[in-house]
Design a protein around this ligand. Structure first.
Ligand SMILES: *Cc1c(COP(=O)(O)O)cnc(C)c1O
Length: 238
């Protein structure tokens, strides 16, 4: 199957999942996760009209996307960072991305603010939440998360625009556990939106190739799909 056919198939499945869940058509955005795939493959996806991408490693993303932006000056290509972000990579990350989805600690906000203020850029962020037993990443302390949201609401990070939350479900075949992880994120988001009503925290980034239908049923607004678009990743390559 080609990238073009895969994209068409995924979009069709998203539409069906939206309808089945009683969701508004086009309420779920599709991100193509291009980590470990080549510039040529990403360009092919762009040629099919796909403009939103996700990468988790900064060095790889920098190489690929600086070339991609240059190759497509008239297209509004967007890159979200979805992998754990080391503090010393923030400077590079904010240059190439429109959103950092993997904000998992308070100190990362301080560094993002510092680096964005230097280049006079306002960047979107999502708070990554730890919702599953097996996944390691994301805020685990609600206290620290509240501190982060409070700081954003009071306006001490003028170059940061919070948009909502992201999570990864545990890697398991157990649908109940996967769904529980998505429900946890949705309920937490609802609660925190009430508490921090000056912020717009409506984005819920959840669902990958294996579980996006469940995620849409639980309220996802953004699904992150790699394998079902680009095929298996070749980890020996890099
Ligand atoms: C790799 C990755 C994805 C995509 O996973 P697939 O199973 O290939 O669709 C989604 N989200 C995050 C955070 C990832 O690291």
């Amino acid at each position: 199957m080609s990238i073009k056919e895969n994209l068409a198939e995924i979009k069709d499945k998203i539409s069906k999942a939206e309808a089945k869940a009683g969701r508004t058509p086009d309420s779920v955005k599709l991100m193509a996760v291009s980590k470990f795939h080549t510039l040529e493959e990403v360009q092919e996806a762009v040629n099919c009209g796909q403009l939103l991408f996700g990468e988790n490693r900064i060095q790889e993303a920098e190489k690929k996307f600086s070339a991609l932006y240059e190759q497509n000056p008239d297209k509004n290509i967007e890159l979200h960072i979805i992998g754990q972000l080391q503090t010393n990579k923030v400077k590079s990350a904010v240059k190439i991305a429109s959103c950092i989805e993997s904000v998992d600690r308070y100190s990362l906000l301080e560094e993002i603010e510092k680096q964005c203020s230097k280049i006079d850029k306002v960047i979107n962020i999502l708070f990554e939440i730890h919702t599953g037993e097996e996944s390691k990443s994301g805020f685990t302390s609600e206290e620290e998360l509240i501190k982060a949201l409070s700081a954003c609401e009071t306006g001490i990070f003028p170059h940061i625009c919070p948009k909502g939350f992201m999570t990864m479900a545990p890697f398991t075949e157990d649908e109940k556990l996967i769904r529980k992880s998505f429900t946890t994120l949705r309920e937490l988001a609802t609660k925190l939106q009430k508490q921090f009503n000056k912020l717009d925290l409506s984005e819920l980034s959840m669902g990958m190739s294996g579980d996006f239908v469940l995620a849409i049923d639980e309220g996802s607004t953004l699904v992150r799909i790699g394998t079902s678009i680009f095929g298996q990743r070749d980890y020996t390559n890099k």
